[in-house]
Design a protein around this ligand. Sequence first.
Ligand code: ZN
Length: 224
Amino acid sequence: MATFGPRRGEQPALTPANRRAIPPVDMQRVEQPPNGDAWRDRARCNSARRTHDPAYDGVFFTCVRTTRIYCRSICPSVHARARNVFFVPSAAAAERLGFRPCLRCRPETAQGSPAWRGTRTTVARGMRMIDAGFLDAHTVGELASRLGIGPRHLSRLFMKHVGATPVDAAGTRRVQTAKRLVSDTNLPLADIGFAAGFKSVRRFNDAFQKTYQRPPSSFRGTRA
Ligand SMILES: [Zn+2]
């Protein structure tokens, strides 16, 4: 006898709020070749950055030790020597290690994503919920319980696949959202801070200082 719908245990129980927080899966990304672990393959990443390979945009980020800046695979800047670079799987991972986003390739806007982003894995679902602002209003413990695992297990999974904790990922997302709004709109800065999920103007300013070593206002009208 045929059964319809997801089999038992295949899908998590989604609450209505949770359902809204998770955008539909982009099937094209799921089919894309480099898998979520491609960033671990140093030789492959090095050749991808030399050829500005767009297939790797967002799959790995290049951290340049000499400048403390991180870039996308497609960055048009002059290439740093191979011995001065290493690769990480997310912008949050680079920032966690103290690297600043390159102002030329703007890695915070990388369109591509690691393959795991389009999957139903716990990390991918967690990342989508964070992208939707879940951690602006909830704790990591609440995120973990929505995903059906313990908070420590969630942090371990994130460190392994994203190279950063859920809190780091949320922080990076907040700054990225705010920077986009500052450069692309005329909204007042204070409104932008709150819209992006910051709890106060001071935290908004501090986060920009830490990430870019520049105040939010310096990005006004810099839309590329
Ligand atoms: Zn760059």
